[in-house]
Design a protein around this ligand. Structure first.
Ligand code: FAD
Length: 376
């Protein structure tokens, strides 16, 4: 029997598992490794932060999917990989042999130490649930003498920073209207919502104003800058650019595997590692090595790519396991971005267009529920 190992409960792997449940490959054992059985779907995370969804309803249950697909589920994280020996090790020391390995392990964030502030890194998504529940409990249960005003700062003005500050600030205010919650969205650069159209950005600007959240560009968030805001409590939503997981940034833990200087797995246009074609990578953890039509370097770390790569990953895994020819992935030039504003409305952006309104939220909600519903 050949061994196929899927590492990570990412968006592309969910689709591979679904396809496997319908048409498993004869002569191949499938094993799935990930630290959490419940994998949140990124498009619904802001709605969950805003209190519109329960956590379970935004998640894909990988353990249940494995049962349905006849795959073996292993709870754990890959901590080391020897691609020349086709062997990987988990954080508990367990080792697994594979013939073909697929990595869809997402990305992480390493926020700096900000003494006096409660820092909530928005990636990895799997660890966010516990942290957010702790914040909510603290907010709800604080005794009256500790009910200080709170400043919520989202660091990183991409889609994740924008959506999360809108969701968190408005939810905390709704929960305790008598308490002061200040909100701000901060970016080191002079750009924000990169990739969104100008009309969409204007609508996002108005949504921030409606929610009384300030936008501060060309600003660095330092412990000193936050200390100035005392005696307020500080909650920092860390939403800067995606970073590769530790074991990928450390050469001794993945000898020989080709990665970028910052640890993303370099793949060809068929999602195969450029150093080890029996290792495939998709979604945030992969770096697209091929030229892009607009001359850009790599693809954006966005869930939309991880989702789109799923069907092609399934095709190419079968090809590497010797059923057919691999097909190249053709990244879209522009794609639909739907941003929730956590006030019953959402913003749509595609190409030069931008729209907003409650109907956009209903549309987004329908698309997202249908996506997650496919895996139930
Ligand atoms: C608040 C927020 C909102 C966002 N909204 C959008 C949006 O609306 N649209 C959009 O396109 N993008 C959005 N993004 C970006 C999006 O979250 C990511 O690009 C997307 O989740 C990447 O998907 P993935 O399949 O690569 O990995 P993930 O969905 O992150 O899944 C990775 C999986 O691998 C597991 N894993 C991690 N390490 C290991 C390991 N060592 N071994 C085994 N398993 C491991 C994780 O537990 C997880 O299950 C948002 C991000 C945030 C933070």
């Amino acid at each position: 029997m050949k061994q196929l190992v899927l590492a990570g409960a990412g968006h592309a792997h969910a689709q591979v598992l679904l396809a496997w449940a319908k048409a498993p490959l004869p002569g191949v054992n499938l094993t799935v490794v990930s630290p959490h059985a419940l994998a949140p779907y990124s498009g619904m995370v802001p709605g969950w932060l805003a209190g519109r969804y329960r956590f379970e309803s935004i998640c894909i249950d990988f353990q249940a999917l494995c049962r349905a697909a006849g795959a073996h589920w292993v709870g754990g994280s890959v901590a080391r990989l020897d691609a020349s020996r086709r062997q990987l090790w988990l954080d508990d020391g367990q080792s697994l042999h594979y013939d073909v390995l697929s990595l869809n392990i997402g990305s992480t964030l390493r926020p700096p130490d900000l003494p006096g502030s409660l820092v909530l890194p928005l990636r990895p998504l799997g660890s966010l649930a516990n942290r957010w529940n702790t914040v909510l409990r603290g907010w709800q249960q604080a005794p009256p003498q500790e009910r200080r005003p709170l400043a919520v700062t989202a660091v990183g003005a991409g889609a994740a920073g924008f959506e999360s500050v809108m969701a968190v600030v408005q939810r905390l205010r709704r929960m305790q209207p008598e308490r002061t919650v200040l909100g701000r969205l901060v970016s080191r650069g002079d750009h924000w919502l990169k990739g969104a159209s100008e009309p969409a950005r204007r609508r996002a600007r108005r949504a921030l104003e409606r929610a009384d959240i300030s936008l501060q560009l060309n600003q660095d968030v330092s412990p000193q800058a936050l200390a100035h805001a005392s005696p307020m409590g500080q909650l920092v939503l860390w939403a800067t650019g995606a970073q590769a997981h530790d074991w990928l940034t450390d050469e001794s833990r993945r000898p020989g595997l080709a990665v970028t200087p910052d640890g993303f797995v370099r793949v060809d246009n068929c999602l195969r590692s450029v150093s080890h074609p029996n290792v495939l990578a998709s979604g945030d953890c992969a770096h697209w090595d091929s030229p892009l039509p607009d001359g850009a370097q790599g693809l954006a770390k966005a869930g939309v790519f991880a989702v789109r790569m799923g069907p092609l990953l399934w095709h190419n895994l079968r090809a590497v396991l010797s059923v057919g020819e691999p097909r190249p992935y053709r990244p879209q030039r522009d794609y639909l971005v739907l941003l929730s504003t956590a006030d019953g409305s959402a913003i749509a952006s595609r190409g030069r267009w931008g729209f907003s309104g409650p109907w956009v939220w209903r549309w987004k909600d329908k698309i997202d529920r249908e996506f997650v519903g496919r895996f139930r």
